[in-house]
Write a protein that binds this ligand. Structure first.
Ligand code: F6R
Ligand code: ZN
Length: 183
């Protein structure tokens, strides 16, 4: 393939005119939140978008780097902040870089042995997700949480492990404060 370039809007934190956009609504998030009833209410009230992933695809083969713009909207399900599903990579020994362009949130990570790590995401923060660690972004702010992500193009996504056992930690708003709880 030939070299190419695309233009990000760094002020807004967007990738205009992506070739591919994946959209996840509340109804795609069943099983993710602690309060399943609150999620069903949200679905019944209009099933709002939780996040969008915009990509300009490259070959999903060894040597290439996939990149995307992750756009996670603000909101809560019950007291729990909007978040992504979260995943390990299918090729588990592959790392990922998230560069936060806009908003405020957390990157919640989990190692294969169940160890947790959490990093703050604010504009300019680069979070390094090491090989083998599952990762989920969480929007704790009042505007979209936008991040540029880059990872080996053959990494793939393994959602099953997190769908089955979660991260072991969740982020809630309790009494107006951002609170991380083991559950
Ligand atoms: C790719 C990656 C991100 C996420 C995106 C949505 O490896 O980590 O591009 O895919 O933030 O999150 P998930 O895929 O967990 O729904
Ligand atoms: Zn990933």
């Amino acid at each position: 393939m030939d070299p190419f370039a695309v233009a990000f809007d760094l002020e807004r934190g967007t990738l205009p005119n992506p070739a591919r956009k994946q959209v996840r609504c509340a109804s795609d998030m069943r099983g993710c939140y602690a309060d399943a009833k609150a999620l069903e209410q949200l679905i019944a009230q209009g099933n709002p978008v939780h996040y969008e992933v915009s990509e300009v695809p490259v070959p999903e083969s060894e040597g290439h780097l996939m990149y995307c713009l992750s756009w996670l909207l603000p909101g809560k399900v019950g007291d729990e902040y909007f978040m992504t599903k979260g995943h390990f990579h299918e090729k588990p020994g592959t790392a990922e870089i998230y560069l936060c362009l806009r908003g405020e949130g957390r990157m919640l990570m989990k190692s294969p042995s169940g160890q947790n790590a959490i990093q703050k995401m604010t504009r300019g923060a680069m979070v390094y997700v090491p090989p083998f660690w599952a990762h989920r972004s969480i929007n704790t702010g009042s505007e979209p949480l936008a991040s540029f992500c880059v990872y080996p193009a053959d990494a793939g996504h393994n959602y099953a492990g997190i769908a089955a056992s979660g991260f072991g930690r969740r982020v809630f708003e309790r009494g107006g404060r951002i609170t991380v709880e083991d559950r």
